[in-house]
Ligand binder design. Structure first.
Ligand code: MG
Length: 463
């Protein structure tokens, strides 16, 4: 969008956000919800209507804690801060972003004071992305991951460089082929190009994803297509019918949503079974392709320390999240100051991952999340990774011969399982409850570590 219009756009966005919020928290709307949920009326509602109204009541109750003028101030600050971050990153100069970040942190602390949940102040932020999840539970889980994954990284780090080449045209064909195998049909779905891959839903019958084809990183397009396809399959199978256009027709948390993208990208896409199925297809698309199946398997599972989160492997990725979690919790507690962040980032990076960024661009400025006020968002990536490993073991329990299904590119039964056990509930339950129903327990980082150890140390895919 035109750069010069930024100030106008942020005014427009903040006005719209404020108006939306005013409607949501209006006394009129609230009186209707209370009327529907009073003792006499709630009995008379159908089961489905009751689920919707009760869910809506919870959302509105939370929204009513926040004054409309605050929403306006916050969204204006976020829009300006995002563009300052963009410039700061381009020039690798944290100072450009600093005053905005300070303001956002202040506003987020103010937000916490309105929501005012029990326990740690960070719970107020976490709850927006991962309803019901608490700092008190996450902290020990992340400490456990920090210890286990650092050790694993030391053991697995590889110096080997495998070279792989694929033309953009072949990359594009492979992306389209995998989408067909995953059952994403053109009557409800489309794929386009963008700088950063994402998924968006315009309705449950119109879900769109983007991908990108990089010459220097030839398989990254396949994995981002599979990642976004995982999000898309979830979106396409959210509750419809009576639940269409209601608060139920959505995912209960970002973590559960991310578990679906990671499931197809990592658990399936980086498995040996998958490459037994997909390698012949790749050879057909690009006959001159030189690497053999073993090379590819090692290539897509290379473990190496890196500075950039989005380029990290299955093991070290979560250490990048641990680092952000530690920093953002201390920031919101007011135990550290925004001005010291570049130094704190670099120190922690060295401590946790073992390398030190040479510039702010590769360090504190690499992600946009904090510039748009998304504090409490980062943990959902790792929560998604953990959930996806838990789902793998539940699938193995329920589906006979899962590996041979993957080896044959037959994903129907796996998809049906995910739809039946996760997607179709929408927001009727919390993620934790959905996980308990299909996997027998809530978040369990030990299962994730066991999955990684089995896969990387023993090349075993059972628990
Ligand atoms: Mg994602």
């Amino acid at each position: 969008m035109p750069k010069r219009a930024l100030a106008d756009r942020s005014l427009q966005i903040s006005l719209l956000s404020k108006r939306l919020h005013e409607i949501l928290i209006s006394d009129d709307f609230w009186r209707n919800i209370e009327f529907l949920t009073n003792e006499r009326n709630i009995e008379r509602l159908s089961e489905e209507d009751r689920i919707v109204v009760e869910r809506l009541k919870k959302d509105v109750e939370k929204a009513r804690k926040i004054p409309a003028d605050f929403i306006e101030r916050l969204s204006k600050a976020e829009a300006l801060s995002y563009s300052a971050w963009e410039i700061a990153k381009k020039r690798s100069k944290f100072d450009i972003f600093l005053p905005h970040l300070k303001e956002i942190v202040e506003l987020k602390r103010e937000y916490c004071s309105y929501i005012n949940l029990e326990g740690h102040i960070y719970n107020n932020l976490l709850d927006d992305y991962e309803e019901g999840m608490r700092y008190e539970k996450l902290k020990p889980a992340f400490e456990y991951l920090r210890e286990k994954l650092s050790k694993l990284l030391d053991k697995l780090e590889s110096e080997e460089r495998i070279n792989i080449k694929l033309s953009v045209r072949s990359q594009e064909r492979l992306s389209h082929i995998i989408l067909r195998y995953l059952g994403l049909k053109k009557d409800r779905f489309r794929i386009d190009l963008s700088e950063h891959p994402f998924t968006t839903r315009l309705s449950t019958f119109d879900v769109r994803i983007t991908t990108r084809y990089l010459k220097e990183n030839p398989l990254s397009s396949l994995f981002s297509t599979m990642h976004e396809a995982g999000h898309a399959i979830y979106e396409l199978n959210l509750p419809k019918g009576k639940f269409r256009y209601t608060v139920i027709s959505d995912a209960p948390s970002l973590g559960l949503h991310e578990s679906q993208s990671r499931f197809w990208e990592n658990i399936i896409g980086r498995s040996y079974s998958f490459w037994r199925f997909f390698y012949p297809i790749l050879k057909k698309v690009e006959p001159r392709f030189e690497a053999d199946i073993e090379d590819i398997y090692r290539y897509v599972n290379t473990i190496r320390r890196s500075l950039i989160r989005t380029e990290a492997d299955e093991v070290s990725y979560n250490l990048h999240i641990v680092l952000r979690f530690e920093i953002e919790t201390e920031l919101i507690e007011n135990r550290i100051e925004a001005k010291d962040l570049p130094e704190i980032w670099n120190e922690k990076m060295e401590e946790i991952i073992g390398i030190r960024p040479k510039s702010d661009r590769e360090g504190i400025l690499q992600d946009m999340h904090w510039s748009t006020g998304d504090f409490g968002y980062f943990p959902s990536y790792t929560i998604g990774n953990i959930y996806s490993a838990q789902q793998l073991y539940a699938l193995r329990r329920d589906i006979e011969d899962m590996d041979s299904k993957v080896e044959h590119g037959d994903f129907n039964e796996i998809k049906d399982w995910l739809v039946r056990n996760i997607h179709r509930y929408g927001r009727m339950y919390t993620s934790e409850d959905i996980m308990k129903m299909c996997c027998g327990e809530g978040l369990n980082p030990q299962i994730f570590v066991r999955y990684l150890e089995n896969k990387f140390l023993q090349r075993k895919f059972t628990i």
